[in-house]
Every structure is written in C-alpha cells, then in structure tokens.
Design a binder for this molecule. Structure first.
Ligand SMILES: [Zn+2]
Length: 204
C-alpha cells in the first residue's frame, strides 16, 4: 500500500489516497493517516476532506451540509490517533494508555440517537431513530463506538497491523481462520509471495 515517493506534502486534499481495506469503520478511519512507518501522510487535510470521508464511510448522509471547523478536524484526528494508540498497543501486547481510552470513551455518548414516533404514509405509527441533532458529532461518536466494540470485547483478538515492513495499514481480520497477515492479498500479500518465490528460486 505505497504512495508515490515524489508526493508533494502536505497534500492539498487527501481524497485520492483513501482506501477501504480496514474491515470496519474504525480501522478505515485510522488508515487515513498513511505511511505511519515512514513519513506519516495526513489524508484528512481539510475540514471538507473530513466531511467527504465521513460521507464515503456512510457515516454522514451524502450531500450533508455538516461543515466541521478546524478545531473539530483536530478533535477528529485526536480520536483517530487515540484509536491507533490502542490498536498499536494491542498488536504488540502492551498496556493501552489510559488517555487514549478516555478520548474514545468521551465520544461514545454522541453515537446515541433518540427514537421518535412518527406516522407513515398510510397513517400507521412507526418508531424509528431520530435524525441526530449534530450529524458530524454523531458520525465521530459512531466511529468511537465501533472502535470500543473492537477494542473492548473478544473482537480485539482480530486487530491487526499489516505484516509488511513498508505498510502501516491496520485491519480487522474477518477471515474464518483468523490468520490474515496482510492488508490485502492483491497488494502486500502478493509482494510477500513474490519475494518468497524469488528466494526459493535463488536457493534452488
Ligand atoms: Zn499492507
């Protein structure tokens, strides 16, 4: 999952560089900071990037008029990095910093939407979730809740960082055997396979 070496940084917009191999929203979110092993490329560059990413992730309705402020973009990145601190600690078997968990925890109430009782077309009552008062905060709350379910339950045994030395992709392993090592078989998995093959050829 490499970016071109000659990328002009910082990016004007990260949109062309988003990818969706994380297996769940919280991991896709963490993967918006790319090449963590090297030059840490920020792809949530502007508030508009954040809105657009949340729409692509189906966390904001398309064409939403949510316009986060620069401070809110900072808060979103802080949530993202807190999730990553926990992911990195779990994959290396270390204790998770309490501040990281506190940041994720503080966002979780924003995921809650109240229920509302309305009338459908033929006049029958229907119970459904109300539109969130602040769709942007609700979207981040939903990401925090997804992270909490992944980190705070048995699901944590499926938290992975790609085995490639030159890839920082995080992913949630949904494979039946729970033995996935690469962010993608077509990308890093293939590179590793080709490398093993070349080594075998050299030996024989
Ligand atoms: Zn990878």
């Amino acid at each position: 999952m490499d970016l071109p070496d000659d990328l002009e940084l910082p990016l004007a917009s990260g949109e062309p560089y988003w990818y969706w191999l994380g297996g769940r929203p919280a991991m896709d979110f963490v993967n918006t900071l790319r090449e963590r092993w090297w030059r840490r490329v920020e792809t949530l560059v502007t508030p508009a990037d954040l809105t657009c990413w949340l729409e692509r992730a189906n966390l904001l309705p398309p064409g939403s008029d949510a316009r986060p402020s620069t401070a809110q973009l900072r808060d979103a990145r802080r949530l993202r990095e807190s999730i990553d601190v926990a992911v990195a600690a779990l994959t290396s078997g270390e204790a998770v910093e309490p501040e990281a968990l506190a940041t994720i925890d503080a966002w979780m109430p924003c995921a809650v939407t109240r229920q509302t009782l309305a009338r459908d077309a033929d006049g029958s009552p229907v119970l459904h979730p109300a539109t969130p008062v602040d769709p942007f905060r609700h979207a981040l709350g939903t990401l925090a809740l997804d992270a909490a379910r992944m980190l705070g339950t048995d699901q944590r045994s499926r938290v992975r960082i790609c085995a490639s030395d030159t890839c920082s992709a995080r992913f949630y392993d949904r494979s039946p055997t729970s033995a996935r090592q690469w962010c993608s078989m077509r990308g890093c998995g293939n590179v590793a396979k080709a490398r093993r093959h070349r080594a075998r050829v050299r030996r024989s």
